[in-house]
Design a binder for this molecule. Structure first.
Ligand code: OGA
Ligand code: MN
Length: 343
């Protein structure tokens, strides 16, 4: 099957404070040219779905939501929080507070069969197109995740667990335009997000593939201000044969291909993290790779990766400032964390 859709020139599409030339854009990359080039080298994008096809897929995503609410899925298939629903198909994994041992690198796949299989329509409509367009190898993915965000929903900076998922990581966006931001640091109460190194626009119907530096050496996130109306994504990934699974005999083995990698401290999300990382770098390299750097140290907040930050959609379209500190919903998120909202 010949490739029918053109690759987007990602580097060309990136807006920086310099090349904006007075034009307005919500999606501005603040990294140096060198950083932007490094990140963009690992990104591929193609608009793969027409308006009509998007509508068909969006109807299917609605059906998934209906099925979940009607109790048609296994318990670990659906994970809900106020501003986002997450549906795992094929494979699912423990994350955040679901983990017996917490922290990046501790994620584990659920037992085989604990998650519903990948719906037929995802393979037929979405995966097939990605395979035909050389964005995915044939018969390769084992996991499909749908994230369905309401306005103001977000996903904090993270690296998709490197011991769980192979690369590339391919996603397709629906319902509305959004942006994937790289190299942001989050702080909370009130929620704040630092300027991204790269802010990558993702149109409705657009497929995005990340690998290399973009997937492994810098965190990515969805900023709350970039989810202006409902937005969903289908993320297609392959789980590694070496990925630990609940119920496996206890083992501290780390995938040899990946154990020596670590996130560049430059791209860790806050200063304390960067300091700590430089101290622990050799130790981390020997033990495991930091797959998620999104936690805050100091004060009462301690190792809070996988935050279930519930951001109320109390902002106007234009207001992209962080949520106010008196937002009770955000406040509550620091007292109890029944569920992480990211990943
Ligand atoms: C994820 C993720 C980004 C998106 O779920 O791991 O990075 O586009 N999602 O929603
Ligand atoms: Mn991710």
């Amino acid at each position: 099957m010949p490739e029918k859709y053109a690759f987007i020139d990602v580097l060309e599409s990136i807006k920086t404070p310099k090349n904006l030339k007075g034009k307005e854009s919500h999606y501005i990359s603040h990294g140096s040219i060198n950083e932007i080039e490094k990140v963009c080298a690992g990104i591929k994008q193609k608009v793969l779905f027409s308006e009509k096809e998007c509508r068909e897929i969006e109807r299917k995503i609605d059906e998934v939501g209906d099925n979940a609410r009607r109790g048609k899925y296994k318990s670990h298939t659906w994970d809900t929080a106020p501003l986002r629903n997450k549906y795992f198909f094929g494979e699912g994994y423990t994350y955040g507070s679901q983990m017996a041992r917490k922290g990046p690198g501790q994620e584990k796949l659920y037992e085989k069969g604990a998650i519903d299989p990948i719906p037929e329509w995802i393979n037929r409509i979405v995966v097939k197109r990605l395979e035909d367009e050389k964005l995915l190898p044939k018969n390769w993915i084992t996991s499909a995740v749908i994230n369905d965000y309401l306005p103001g929903g977000c996903i904090v900076s993270h690296v998709d667990p490197i011991h769980i998922f192979d690369r590339p990581i391919v996603s397709v966006s629906f319902f509305s335009k959004c942006a994937l931001s790289f190299g942001c640091r989050f702080s909370f109460k009130p929620i704040r997000v630092t300027d991204p190194v790269v802010c990558l626009p993702m149109d409705r119907g657009c497929a995005t593939s990340i690998s290399g530096f973009a997937a492994d050496d810098i965190t990515h996130c969805i900023r709350p201000q970039d989810v202006k109306s409902r937005r969903a994504v289908i993320i297609l990934r392959r789980t590694l044969d070496t990925a630990p699974r609940i119920g496996d005999p206890v083992s501290s083995r780390v995938s040899p291909r990946r154990e020596r990698r670590s996130v560049d401290p430059m791209y860790l999300r806050n200063k304390d993290d960067r300091k700590r990382h430089s101290r622990e770098d050799s130790e981390i390299n020997n033990k495991r790779r930091r797959s998620d750097t999104d936690y805050i140290r100091g004060g009462k907040r301690h190792k809070e990766q996988a935050k279930d930050v519930k951001i109320e959609n109390n902002k106007s379209e234009k207001d992209t400032s962080p949520t106010h500190s008196d937002d009770p919903v955000v406040k509550r998120s620091f007292t109890r964390r029944p569920k992480p909202f990211f990943m």
